[in-house]
Design a protein around this ligand. Sequence first.
Ligand SMILES: [Zn+2]
Length: 448
Amino acid sequence: MSNLITVDLIITARWMVPVIPAETVLTDHSVLINEGEIVAIMPSADVDSSYVLSENGKRWDLKDHILIPGLINSHGHTPMSLLKGYADDKALKTWLEDHIWPAEGQHVSAQFVEDGTKLSMAEMIKNGTTCFADMYFFPEVSAKACESAGMRAQITIPVMDFPTAWASGPEEYFSKGEVVLDTFKDSELVTIGFGPHAPYTVSDGPIKDIVRLAEKWQAPIQIHLHETAFEVEEAIKTLGQRPTERLRDLGLLTPSTQCVHMTEIDDTDIAILQESGAHVVHCPESNLKLASGFCPVDKLQSSGINVALGTDGSASNNDLDMLGEMRTAAMLAKAVSKNAEALSAHKALEMATMNGAKALGISHLVGSLEVGKQADLCAIAMSDLALQPIYHPISQLVYCNNSHNVSHVWVNGKALLADRTLQTLDEQEVTASAVRWGEAISASANND
Ligand SMILES: [Zn+2]
């Protein structure tokens, strides 16, 4: 009788960054996975004396690669990939009210959402992302698309005061939303939450309903908050309160709430975040492109607030590249705090992995490479000439341009990308459908 333990997946890599413990680089180590769960992490030389591959198991020997936890994109609007580049170089208010909302009014449908979600997922997988948080219409369509592509996601039920293609108003957002919550309540990959668009598009009544329903369903909440100075000034002028104060008073800010953007914040806002335990999702490239403002990441983190990272939608970025977003976040944090030591390469990687998992309430499952966690991983080939020489693998990962070097991605131990080829989505089909949508949207555009 052999004493060897059987596993169904062994991944060996030149370098491994488990994220926990911090700043750790393991050299020539292997991750052993069985039924989607990490069962051991050990020096590659010791594997064969303790473990054996099952009959249909797979072994990857990634000699020039760095293995990291799968990246978590904590905020976006995946179907908006179909509006990528549609209205660039405009401020948030004009961009949204004069361009994006009219185009959405004309084109958003279940098919638009399905095709846009697939396009975004294909791009994200190719860039090393295993999990994303999404806020859009037809959430049931996005959730189904995630399950079939094998991606992990938090999909939120949209809530606004006004009608959209999905629902006629708050009452219908909630009635349809509860059906979606019920449909996906046992999903292994998808968590359904509430996505009130922003304080200025959702009034007190629906906010209170969200608080009640989120409690009932134990559902997370994600909201755009303090995106611009204009938003904060208008709220003070019309309601006499900062948006954070109003949401705190309405009970919306809890440890299950993710506040996206938080660019215009003062000590009152920081104290509210600290007391409530709410998370911040930083979207630096979207904030830069829309000239929305700067999120003081370093100050938030030193105040003990969890800060995750997101790309926002492709219509305001214009890509879904979390490796690039990490680099921008690190650079911007240094510039904003005038401190080159702010947001180190490892801290940026933490934001894109562990902090995202904490914000989305799934840190017991993913976010780091640890025994007992699900095998959501990403491998990046480090043999590119532009990456040589490699003194510090984590720095090279974050500060060099790497998204095109992502070679493998797994979720729950299932390969979604192998040798740079998508395994669960058809790249040609996804590309062709995006081209068709672009032609249809251009043909009907009134987009000066
Ligand atoms: Zn957004």
